[in-house]
Design a protein around this ligand. Structure first.
Ligand code: MCN
Length: 795
């Protein structure tokens, strides 16, 4: 295909040509001359003092080049891992931010905490030597549960952090909420747990450090979603390597889902070790190692209440959440359950007042940070479970209560009581279309048919809104971000008219090489095949913030759109010179510059060629070359939203929940590539259903051991767990992004858990069940049914 491919079409993904042929380049594929292999020895205890570490036997093993401990790094003045976002607690005090050494010294605080790093000629030699390290641990009592960690006599992770409390944070107007509750006709309340998740992207994490003596430059290859940020954090704050002496490359990355969005200890350790040894050092995580060293997600305990008037109109909401930080603060850890959670508690509803309190708590578990959706699925789950509960208690249909309280389309822009202002949306339009597609009208007949076979059937609903496109720097700064959140793009037009785009986002499955090429093809009229998208290498690409928070299109794509506009302007100047016309008379359309009202014209390719042959350019007013750059900082988040229906059938003999139907109608603004958006929604929905039905990171409460530390115990969803999903867009145009786009990468994960649990609870209605915590696994559901001891019967 050598044609212009515009916005709104669905060409095949450019990147798949190499992926389906096995020609991708992942960090684990990379071999550097003289490369050594590194292995981490990790703590087997959840909480222990490190009395001593004897590495002498390990050092004597064949092929071993070095064994490093936390003391070695400390002696070299290596800094702790930094936190990118600082929150302030409700008393105005900064959060407690204890040091996070890349390799533990003095104490270990979770099973998996790194204790030593062994470097050898081969991985097998490093593994064998790691087993020879003798660590004298003095085991301490551990605490892994949120409620337990706050009890007065709980084991303390840090001397300087009283009661394991990192921060006691709040948002909203407590007294307005109290007053509204006093006048309520009904108060619905719920206690719920948002289960801990372990990300497990297809490609485990990996890193290679290299040092070049001649230039004094370091290179880190890493499985990262944001290589420039790793360069900044690791170079400036951990290893003290000047930015121009450090290159970070994140080549093909096999999925991230948030898990690869942090600066991890292993990145710093391999880079530092490469400098010490003068040889490249590679580390690749084993899958089971990833379970105890990749940041985990979610893990909240929440109490929430909703005040309603006699007509079921919402008056106020009060939410108290305990959020697990794990043993150390990960890069964005404290930001997720606070700034990305509480501002979304208004959902798609008009709720006059909201108050939310979040206690961020340290426990002897793997650090917790962003995982696809990051704070927003947790908020949606609270709101939607509470709304279901209120409908049930007040005897109002659960679709009807939502319609009564939804923000009408005409009310946008809509200022919520929790900071954010939604610019656009049509939640009722999404709901009505979803209701139709899900055949809600036919549900009772399907329920009766299931009952005739001795099965429970339930219909669940979830409406949601998310704030994505992280973020306006101005707002992020007010909320404690320690860096800006703009994005950058360079459009380099070659003399042939072909284009190379250098962009600061990172593509690890989202199809950027395709959708960003579509934007350029559309804007510049350049054939799709003539456009390459380059990302993921700090030596090639100007500073960029990377990919997370569904920001790549709305922030990176916007920078690309702006840079393309600058190229057009420069092209018009060149065309004005070439065609001997004034700039104002030059129009650009369909890849052609022409003098308005005449047949004098030049193609984009001719102008690109002319830009590099400036024999007669008036050099004082027209520079040669055709390359433009833009940094774009959004004025607001974008607010995708939608309405999802799930229909499940439950077998009372086994407790197995079968998903029979799933319908999603989502508003993602202008769509660049419908196929990719559908794929993103598909993947997101399935990931959310994984949380609702299957996945659970479980710790043994006494020992702090991770019980779900492999795929034998951590249940990932599989293709045959799903019916064909019904997905349809219902878009409103974002009012402030250049193309009217909103993000889509996390929508599915945000909407689906609440829809599934709503359906499971609806199915178990005959048993009087009002709420079910996630995951609704067979064992969990079977126990609920047994305990209810009620025979299966239609209502
Ligand atoms: N898109 C579009 N039209 C829209 C919105 C988006 O065509 N209106 C396209 C974009 O151009 C892009 C894709 O859809 O090609 C996703 O765009 P966006 O919503 O901007 O999300 P990001 O690209 O920033 O991706 C991040 C998001 C997040 S936060 C997680 S986590 C996640 C996700 O995307 N991780 C993923 N999707 C993933 N998909 C894969 N395969 N692997 C991951 O690790």
């Amino acid at each position: 295909m050598n044609a212009v491919v515009g916005i709104g079409s669905s060409p095949k993904r450019k990147e798949d040509a190499r992926f389906v042929r096995g020609k991708g380049t992942y960090v684990a594929d990379i071999k550097r001359p003289g490369m050594l292999a590194g292995v981490f020895l990790r703590s087997e205890h959840a909480h222990a003092k490190l009395n001593s570490i004897d590495v002498s036997k390990a050092l004597a093993q064949p092929g071993v080049k070095a064994v490093y401990t936390g003391e070695d790094m400390k002696a070299d003045n290596v800094g702790g891992l930094p936190v990118g976002w600082g929150i302030t607690d409700k008393h105005g005090d900064p959060m407690k931010e204890p040091p996070h050494p890349p390799i533990a010294h003095d104490k270990v605080r979770y099973v998996g905490d790194a204790v030593a790093f062994v470097v050898a000629d081969t991985i097998e030699q490093a593994q064998a030597a790691a087993e020879m390290i003798e660590v004298d641990y003095e085991v301490l009592p551990a605490v892994v549960g949120l409620v337990d960690a706050l009890r007065p006599n709980a084991p303390q992770l840090y001397d300087e952090v009283e009661n394991n409390l990192c921060a006691d944070w709040e948002l909203g107007n407590a007294s307005a909420v109290d007053a509204a509750f006093q006048n309520a006709a009904h108060i619905a309340s719920i206690e719920l747990v948002n289960n801990r998740l372990i990300g497990n992207p297809l490609e485990p994490r990996a890193a290679i450090g290299e040092f070049e003596f001649a230039s004094g430059r370091y290179t880190l290859w890493t499985t990262s979603q944001f290589p420039h940020v790793v360069r900044l954090l690791m170079g400036e704050m951990v290893l003290g390597i000047p930015q121009h002496k450090l290159r970070v490359v994140a080549p093909d990355v096999g999925g991230g889902f948030g898990v690869k969005q942090f600066h991890y200890a292993e990145e710093a350790v391999v880079t530092w070790a490469a400098g010490k040894l003068g040889r490249p050092v590679k580390w690749v995580a084993q899958r089971s190692e990833g379970f105890v060293s990749d940041a985990h997600g979610r893990d909240h305990v929440t109490e929430a209440e909703l005040a309603l008037d006699e007509d079921g109109k919402f008056l106020a909401m009060r939410v108290k959440t305990l959020a697990n930080m794990g043993a150390y603060l990960s890069t964005f850890g404290p930001n997720i359950p606070t700034n990305l959670y509480a501002p979304l508690l208004s959902g798609v509803y008009q709720i006059p007042s909201i108050y939310c309190e979040v206690k961020c708590v340290f426990t002897n578990t793997v650090p917790v940070d962003a995982y696809r959706g990051a704070g927003r699925p947790e908020a949606t789950f609270v709101v939607e479970r509470l709304v279901d509960m209120a409908a049930r208690e007040m005897g109002i249909d659960k679709i009807d209560i939502r319609k009564r309280n939804m923000i009408p389309k005409e009310a946008y822009p809509y200022q919520t009581p929790v900071i954010v202002e939604y610019d656009s949306g049509d939640p009722l339009g999404c709901l009505e279309r979803s209701e139709e597609l899900a055949d809600v009208a036919g549900f009772e007949a399907r329920r009766a048919e299931s009952a005739s076979r001795g099965k429970y059937r339930g219909l669940g609903i979830s409406t949601y809104i998310e704030a994505c496109g992280l973020a306006p720097s101005r707002l992020a700064g007010q909320l404690g971000a320690r860096g800006g959140l703009y994005e950058s793009a360079t459009v380099r037009v070659h003399p042939s008219g072909a284009v190379t785009v250098l962009i600061g986002t990172h593509n690890h499955g989202q199809g950027h090489e395709t959708t960003f090429a579509q934007i350029v093809s559309d804007r510049l009229g350049v054939p799709f095949e003539d456009i390459d998208i380059v990302f993921g290498d700090t030596d090639r690409v100007q500073f960029g913030m990377g990919t997370y928070g569904s920001r790549s299109l709305v922030v990176g794509g916007a920078a690309l759109s702006q840079a393309s506009d600058k190229v057009i302007l420069k092209g018009r100047k060149i065309a004005a010179h070439q065609l001997e016309a004034s700039l104002e008379d030059i129009v650009f359309e369909d890849g052609t510059f022409s003098v308005a009202g005449t047949d004098r014209k030049k193609s984009f390719q001719e102008i690109a060629g002319a830009a590099y042959v400036p024999f007669d350019f008036p050099l004082e007013t027209l520079e040669p070359g055709l390359e433009e750059q833009s940094y774009y900082d959004p004025v607001n988040f974008t607010y995708p939203g939608g309405a999802h229906f799930a229909e499940v059938e439950i077998d009372p003999d086994t407790g197995i929940v079968t998903l029979e139907r799933y319908t999603a109608v989502d508003d993602v603004g202008t769509i660049i590539n419908p196929m990719i958006v559908e794929g993103q929604l598909h993947g997101g929905i399935v990931q959310g259903i994984g949380q609702a039905l299957f996945e659970h990171g479980v710790y043994d409460q006494a020992s702090g051991q991770l019980l779900s530390g492999s795929f034998m115990d951590y249940c990932m969803p599989r293709a045959d767990n799903f019916p064909q999903l019904v997905i349809e867009p219902h878009s409103t145009t974002c009012t402030h992004t250049p193309m009217g786009v909103k993000g889509c990468g996390e929508c599915g994960t945000i909407g689906s858990p609440a829809a599934i649990i709503s359906a499971v609870v609806d199915a178990l209605k005959p048993l009087g069940v009002a709420h079910v915590d996630m995951p609704a696994s067979p064992n969990h559901i079977w126990n609920i049914i047994r305990n209810a001891r009620t025979p299966v019967a239609a209502e």
